[in-house]
Design a protein around this ligand. Structure first.
Ligand SMILES: [Zn+2]
Length: 473
């Protein structure tokens, strides 16, 4: 077992910061010590295998991205990052854990879907990984299987109120699934958009010749997100199921979540970097077919309605609890371009798994969130929300030594030629400049990234068996 000492840094957690040294023994954190501490009279730095100097830098728990879709089949193609390329890119950006989505497709069995995703990921991941279970066909058989998910280390499942004919669940199916969620302690995750109404609007727009990527955003109007969010909250209220709404982008949806939380309900919301930085007009509305790069669902919202500012504010006030990426990358060539002349055929998704920590750190620099809140929304809350806290999401004795050394004096220019390790032929974040830099990344004591060099392997990542949520009120 090798030992590592991180010296001279500022350890930042969700509750505070302090000057401290971090001692790592094998895969776990052994101690967080006053700077320059000795052990039984011995100088620690002289008795460990590796010393990492973090002077002037932040020492934070590794990022946890609780919403990714590596090599996910979608609309006749497949997300372009494999577990290998996607987790390596995540490591470059300081993310040491992902929770990806195993999928039960229509007509298939839940446990077969889970087994398929285990097979895709095993031995391919640079960092640790867990699974949520998408239940795409709620029926008696899947309801029974759901009750067995916690034993598989899968403590959350996801339903879709969108995508009729693919993953869509109607209200009766949602009600039945949530009953199981309430009984078993599974977290119900919800894609909250009114799919049938959206599909009707898509047909109308296409019939009018409105085929550009911009109309993807027009068709998926905020009213359809607010309505579905409200409906999900009410069904959760009725059944007593805890509810986590994924990729919230409309301020009206946040208001629904906030009202339910004020009412004492176990309701939570996640947003993604694109909803904090990008808009319907500037990105989806970009010239020609460029907007396809930014087609994701829920869609980017109008800057004139100030959803983006409201989302930053919601992160401050905890009306939104955490930030994940919904990483679902597709290349422009051969994938996004399937939707030339018909926006509804553009595969939905943006690739961000590599940039989440940096993009959220820029929020600290810009005075939109505190340093501690940065750690909370990118690591500590995801760990608690999805049953990994204590092992993940914190720098404390006994926790996995998933640690990032972040340099606030460093700089990161995001772009295809500059940072990019995701398997995509474009970057949605091309040209973004970040006033900070991921210097060193450790996963269970092993150095994955140091001084702009990748030192990981695809066999390092381990499956995480997750406990029920530790975040419930
Ligand atoms: Zn997603």
């Amino acid at each position: 077992m090798s030992t590592t000492l991180i010296t001279g840094g500022t350890v930042v957690t969700s509750t505070g910061r302090s000057e401290a040294d971090v001692l790592i023994d094998g895969e776990t954190i052994a101690a967080v010590l006053a700077p320059g501490s000795t052990l039984l009279g011995h100088d620690l730095a002289g008795s460990v295998d590796t010393v990492l100097d973090a002077t002037g830098k932040y020492v934070i728990p590794g990022g946890i991205d609780a919403h990714t879709h590596m090599q996910m089949p979608f609309g006749g193609t497949e997300a372009s990052d494999t577990f290998e390329t996607g987790t390596r890119a995540a490591a470059w950006g300081g993310t040491t854990t992902i929770v990806d989505f195993a999928i039960q497709r229509y007509g298939e069995r839940v446990m077969d879907g889970l087994a398929e995703w285990h097979e895709k990921a095993a031995g391919e991941c640079a960092i640790d990984y867990g699974f949520h279970q998408i239940v795409g066909d709620v029926n008696d058989d899947s309801l029974k299987a759901m009750a067995g998910l916690i034993d598989e280390g899968v403590s959350s499942y996801k339903l879709f109120m969108a995508y009729p004919g693919v993953f869509y669940s109607d209200d009766a199916q949602i009600y039945k699934a949530m009953r199981v969620g309430a009984d078993t302690g599974l977290m119900t995750m919800m894609h909250a958009e009114n799919g049938p109404a959206i599909d009707a609007m898509v047909s109308e727009l296409l019939a009018q010749g409105k085929t550009d990527p911009y109309y993807h955003g027009v068709a998926r109007a905020w009213q359809m997100e607010e309505e579905a969010t409200h409906r999900a909250i009410m069904l959760a209220n009725l059944t007593g199921a805890p509810l986590y709404v994924v990729h919230v982008s409309a301020k009206q949806a946040v208001e629904q979540l906030a009202a339910a939380r004020d009412n004492g309900q176990n309701v939570f919301g996640e947003t993604c970097p694109q909803y904090l930085y990008m808009s319907l007009e500037d990105q989806l509305g970009a010239e020609g077919f460029e907007g396809a790069k930014y087609v994701c669902s829920t869609p980017l919202r109008s800057k004139h309605e100030h959803h983006q500012d409201h989302m930053w504010q919601s992160l401050r006030t905890n009306d939104i609890q955490m930030v994940a990426t919904d990483h679902c990358p597709f290349c422009m060539k051969g994938q996004k371009d399937m939707g030339v002349g018909d926006f509804s055929k553009i595969p939905n998704g943006i690739g961000s798994v590599e940039h989440r920590l940096d993009l959220m750190y820029q929020g600290v620099v810009d005075g939109k969130i505190t340093l501690e809140r940065w750690v909370e929304i990118t690591s500590t809350t995801p760990a608690r929300m999805f049953g990994m806290y204590g092992t993940k999401g914190v720098i404390a004795p006994g926790a996995d030594a998933d640690v990032v050394i972040y340099d606030p004096a460093g700089h990161t220019s995001i772009g295809l030629e500059k940072t990019h390790h995701m398997n995509m032929d474009y970057s949605a974040w091309e040209g973004y400049e970040i006033d900070g830099h991921v210097d060193t990344v450790l996963s269970r004591g092993r150095i994955l990234i140091n001084d702009n060099e990748y030192l990981g392997t695809k066999s390092h990542g381990r499956y995480i068996r997750r406990a029920p949520s530790q975040y419930l009120i």
